[in-house]
Write a protein that binds this ligand. Sequence first.
Ligand code: 5GP
Ligand code: MG
Length: 172
Amino acid sequence: MPLGDILISQTEIRRRVEVLGRQIGEAIPPGDLHVIATLKGALFFAVDLVRALGREATLGFITASSYGSGTESSGKVLLHQEDIGEPAGRHLLVVDDIIDTGRTLLAVTESLRAHRPLSVRTAVLIGKPARREAAIEADYVGFTIDDIFVVGYGLDYDEKYRTLPDIHFFSP
Ligand code: 5GP
Ligand code: MG
């Protein structure tokens, strides 16, 4: 059975996301805050995080795909930006599920900077520092894990397991 044990429980996720949200909400200077969540993986994290910010924020979405259908990155990052909203002149918070090689977060933040936001910050649920290739670190990281593949709480394998409330080990 490829779906493994729970690595991070829904209780741990809830506690951590609440602390992180409050911390981010306080750290970003006053002014318009626009949150851009990457679909689909960061959806669950983003909806929990924005409600913990403790301040008004508008919401946009960007679709970034780098993984094909397996557990290895294809290396190319495709972006769909129809629903990013209005980043110009606002503080941006980019919310992603995982920073792995870093290619996705780098492509997303570089592309958003072209819209002339006031500032750009990044929050990821999970960091995998062992795998970094691109020159980028997230400003806020929920959990740091080893080089293992995980699913649940938005994270998929071939579009499956996203709806699991906990984060599980996975080995195809
Ligand atoms: P990067 O561009 O940083 O290499 O890849 C980041 C993307 O790869 C994440 O947004 C996520 O979609 C996918 N990814 C990386 N590690 C995992 C993992 O352990 N589980 C799942 N489900 N996706 C992952
Ligand atoms: Mg992703």
